[in-house]
Ligand binder design. Structure first.
Ligand code: ARG
Length: 465
């Protein structure tokens, strides 16, 4: 058993089937870069604290860099017998630099090492995801100003409700994805804590400098309890939750674009590059991209539930169950990054069809509330005004006409508060323009919020590089 770093106490070989079952190298090789970064910081600290000599640490750092180069060149032979990325790297290091390689693991366990690796990995990846979210927020802001005057029906219960504008609609999505970015940035703070030095579970008898390692790795601080440090995966759960919310928002956007690009709505067209045809129906242009975005939300929820369930009821401290943390994280990460990247292009590439949206505003009495508000301004209590307009709507239904088609005499037969100034109240553009309280769809509001949105975005996640 000398070939296994932990082989000392064993008299029999590990069964092959057990090796295959317990190995994580098939997926945790994705942590190679972070594993080596962590090891380099650890070796430097060991030398700074006099636990290793300067020469020993230099040899280790040099060897680790060579291992990394091999991994990046694709020439590294990963071994299942060596179980995971940590032992694969350490074994190759020892092949390259000799017995001194065996000193790297002084004052360290794979338990604090793997917790560090996953944190470093998520820190890198969350920052890339934040850049992508920023791009998506900008795509909405870029549309909002120019489309601030373009009317579109707003819906509740998927029934035409009140007029809004395309610009206002895009800003709703801007708010969602800005919150998603805020949430991720908050999670980033709790992820940037170093567990290294917690050892297997009970800390280290060596004079380690944990803060130095954290600083060296660009982290904000250290996990303050060794048992918690090796068993905490809250940071992974937070990431999986954040990814799930992003995918929820993308699925809502997608569903709307599927509806809006249908013949029935016709409010937008997706660019040809985002659609596919049918192998049998020559006329078809299918919105595959938003459909697939909508469909991919499910797997991110599954990943969140999977890790919650894995962690549920685990006693302190490290348990092998926790090896199951990585694949859900990798899958959600790939899903959410790919999805946000394509959503940016989809939003930028779509064309609005304002004439179709205006057409849709003609039926459905979308300004009935404005007529009630008119009566309220004339002194009628809102409930009574609501009742009067409700009866007018019923009359229009009978006659098959719109509220604007009823003459002043008819209106006055329902309430003597109607006057000549009612003309124009039913106009959807006027309706939107009156809604200038904060958060409302008035075009000036939307233009102002689009400009302010850029500052708010900078405050959450400024452009990098
Ligand atoms: N491959 C393991 C994981 O991913 C690394 C830590 C193993 N520690 C242990 N004591 N077996 O969780």
């Amino acid at each position: 058993m000398a070939d296994k770093p932990w082989g000392g106490r064993f008299r029999e070989e590990t069964l092959k089937i057990v090796e295959r079952f317990t190995a994580s190298i098939g997926f945790d090789q994705r942590l190679a870069r972070q594993d080596i970064r962590g090891s380099i910081a650890h070796a430097r600290m060991l030398a700074a604290q006099g636990i290793l000599t300067r020469e020993e640490a230099d040899t280790l750092v040099d060897g680790l860099q060579r291992v990394l180069a091999e991994i990046e060149a694709g020439s590294f032979a990963f071994s299942e017998a060596l179980e995971d990325i940590h032992m694969n790297v350490e074994k190759r290091l020892t092949d390259l630099v000799g017995a001194v390689g065996g000193k790297l693991h002084t004052a360290r366990s794979r338990n604090d090492q793997v917790a560090l690796d996953l944190r470093l990995f998520l820190v890198d990846e969350i920052q890339d995801l934040l850049d992508l979210l920023r791009g998506l927020c900008e795509a909405f802001l870029d549309r909002a100003g120019p489309e601030a005057d373009l009317l579109v029906p707003g819906y509740t219960h998927l029934q035409r409700a009140q007029p809004v504008t395309f610009g206002h609609h895009w800003l709703a999505y801007f708010e969602m994805f800005l919150r998603d970015a805020q949430r991720l940035r908050d999670a980033l703070g709790r992820t940037r804590q170093s567990p290294l030095g917690a050892g297997a579970l009970a800390g280290s008898p060596y004079p380690v400098d944990r803060e130095r390692v954290a600083r060296d790795l660009g982290l904000d601080g250290v996990c303050r309890n060794s048992l918690d440090a090796v068993s905490d995966r809250d940071f992974a759960l937070e990431f999986l939750f954040c990814a799930s919310v992003i995918m929820t928002h993308l699925s809502r956007l997608s569903e709307e674009l599927v509806l809006w690009s249908s013949q029935e709505f016709g409010f937008v067209t997706l660019s040809d590059g985002f659609c596919t045809g049918s192998s049998i129906m020559p006329q078809k242009k299918n919105p595959d991209v938003p459909e697939l975005l909508r469909g991919k939300a499910g797997r991110t929820y599954g990943n969140l539930i999977a890790l919650l369930t894995t962690l549920k009821a685990l006693p302190l401290a490290y348990n092998k169950d926790m090896q199951e943390d990585k694949e859900p994280v990798f899958d959600s990460l790939d899903t959410v990054k790919g999805s946000v990247a394509i959503a940016i292009e989809m939003v930028r590439g779509l064309t609005v069809r304002p004439h179709r949206a205006r057409q849709a505003l003609k039926a459905g009495y979308l300004t009935a509330t404005d007529l009630a508000d008119y009566l309220v301004n004339k002194g009628l209590p809102f409930r009574e005004a609501h009742e009067v307009v409700g009866r007018l709507v019923a009359l229009c239904d009978e006659r098959g006409c719109g509220l604007e088609d009823l003459g002043l005499d008819t209106l006055r037969s329902f309430s003597d508060r109607f006057g000549a100034d009612v003309a124009g109240v039913l106009d959807p553009g006027a309706s939107v323009a009156r809604r200038k309280a904060l958060g409302g769809p008035a075009p000036d509001n939307v233009r102002r919020e689009a400009a302010l949105g850029r500052q708010r975005l900078d405050a959450v996640w400024p452009r990098r590089g």
